[in-house]
Design a protein around this ligand. Sequence first.
Ligand code: PRP
Length: 176
Amino acid sequence: MAVEIKGKRLVFTREQIADKVSALAQQISQDYQGKNPILIGVLKGAFMFLADLTRHISIPFKIDFVRVASYGAKDYSTGEIKLTKDVELPLKGEHVLIVEDIVDIGYTLRFLLDHIAAKGPKSLKLCALINKLERRKVEIPIDYVGFTLDKGFLVGYGLDFNEMFRCLPEIYELIF
Ligand code: PRP
């Protein structure tokens, strides 16, 4: 059944996002001084956040990507997650930072943290632009958080609804 979108409400402006991204990059640059970390972007949603974040990081680092798919409608998520693209760099003994656009229910990150931990990194941390709390089913330790909010279907700045709205430079809440 098609879902009707009644409108969208601005939640975070370009300026708010840019300020947060540069503050996160500064903290990451400080914490990972001398560690040459590997940043892993989670496709597709994190592409814009990762691109902006990495342009503000002032220390040497490498970039890789993973892609995961979750099965079943998100609202009734079964927690069944499948890896559709793995990282390509070896992670054993490396300092790894996962970069994610949003942690919502939490199943995606629980899967990814376990998956990456099994590769034997020296350290493993998580950076998420948005920590959305209301639907969380599993506890996820987030080391670097941009914005925390309770609820709302968010789009823009990488986040989509049926593959739409990803390229908006601001973040909006869809009104259904
Ligand atoms: C979204 C988002 C996170 C994940 C969070 O990705 O980008 O990766 O869901 O989900 P959870 O905390 O509720 O498990 P999605 O699976 O929609 O794919 P996409 O990044 O390609 O849009």
